[in-house]
Every structure is written in C-alpha cells, then in structure tokens.
Design a protein around this ligand. Sequence first.
Ligand code: ADE
Length: 235
Amino acid sequence: MRFHILTLFPEMVMQGLHTSIIGRAAERGHISIEAVNIRDYTLDKHGKVDDYTYGGGAGMLMQAQPVYDAYKAVAEQIISEKKPRVIFVTPQGRTFHQGLAQELAREDDLIFLCGHYEGVDERVLEEIVTDEISIGDYVLTGGELPAMVMVDAIARLVPGVLHNTDSAVTESFGDGLLEYPQYSRPEVWHDKRVPQILLSGDHAKVDAWRLEQSLVRTKERRPDLYMAYLERKKG
Ligand code: ADE
C-alpha cells in the first residue's frame, strides 16, 4: 500500500508517520509514505499558493493550479491500472470509521489532499477528488493531522504491518464491539485482583468471559454500537 500526501507541511506528516509501528512498517517495505509539497508546484514566482476569495470573506483560499499540478505529478508516477482514490480531508466530508479504514486498506495507492487556510478552490476539488472524509465534528487548523490519523488507522490493517494478526481482529470495533478489559502482572495491584477466570487456563471459559465483558462495555458506553451488533446478530 502506497500513501501519497499532498500538503503544505510535508515535514509534519513525515515526522508524525515515520515513528513507531507505522515507521517500522515503512522501513520494512509493507507500506510507503510520501509527502508531496504543494508549494513545489506553484507557478507563482514568489512561491505563493493562496489568494483572496472571490465574493469577499475572511481568509485566503488554496489555489487550484498548484494543487492540481502536485496531484498530476503523483498520479503520473502511479503504475496501478485503477485510478487511485483521492481523499480530500475536510470537516464537510462523511465521518471516518473503522469500516471505512478496512475498505481503504484494500487499495494499492491512496492520495490524501490536506487543505489549509479557509479551504481549497472548488474547481480543483471537482476535478480530482473521489472522497471527502472528516475525522469528526470539530474543526482543526489544517488537514495534516486528520490525514495522519487516517493513514495510521488504514496502514495498521495492511497485512504485515502488525506482528500479531489477531490484534487487528479482536480489538475494539473489529467485530463492532468495544474491547474487553485486560490485565498483566502482578496478580494483585493496589488490592485489586485479576479476575480469577483469566488465571484458570480454560480458553473456552476465558473467551466466553471476554465476549460477555465486551457486550457489557459496549452496551454501557456505546449503546449505538450495541444496537447495531444486535441487529447484525438477528439478520
Ligand atoms: N480539516 C479541519 N478539520 C478537519 C476535520 N475534523 N476532519 C478532516 N479534516 C479537517
């Protein structure tokens, strides 16, 4: 899986994503991440990428030309026969969730466009964007953090990125439920004991206990997910 991120702050994206698990996966070649500086593609001799909004209003807008040319440069070097999905990261998009991460993890290439200032000229969005995605109902100063959030969530689903293939399946949301509580050594800490069943060595009982805990937690904390789980069970 290859991630291409069109941004005005490539160092922010590269620093954020080249550490820990995602960084190691990139070093090992399971994924690749390139950040493309939109400013490198402006035809303006002062390196400008933004301008005033027609019709007036506060703030500057990212212009179509540098965004389009940066996109073209990336698209031309993609070898896949399929046209890659181009994700514009925006609070106006549909909300990101685990199911969407799973869907996007099946792509060969993904291009992310990170907006800045007050937005991006609508005409270039019309020409290149296939998906508009938000990470939640709040507004950030730019698209870099949301793009990094999505790349992290997608990349860890790519085969080989996580060592333990189970953990992507059993964790929260893998089956639409929140994860059960977990414990490590010591057996007693601050007078709190690890639930006895986890020390029993009976795997069937442990699995049953964990499922029950997941159900209790999901019902309590996320009744919306719990109802959806019950509906799926029925159908
Ligand atoms: N850009 C600014 N805020 C955002 C958000 N919540 N999601 C995606 N992109 C954004």
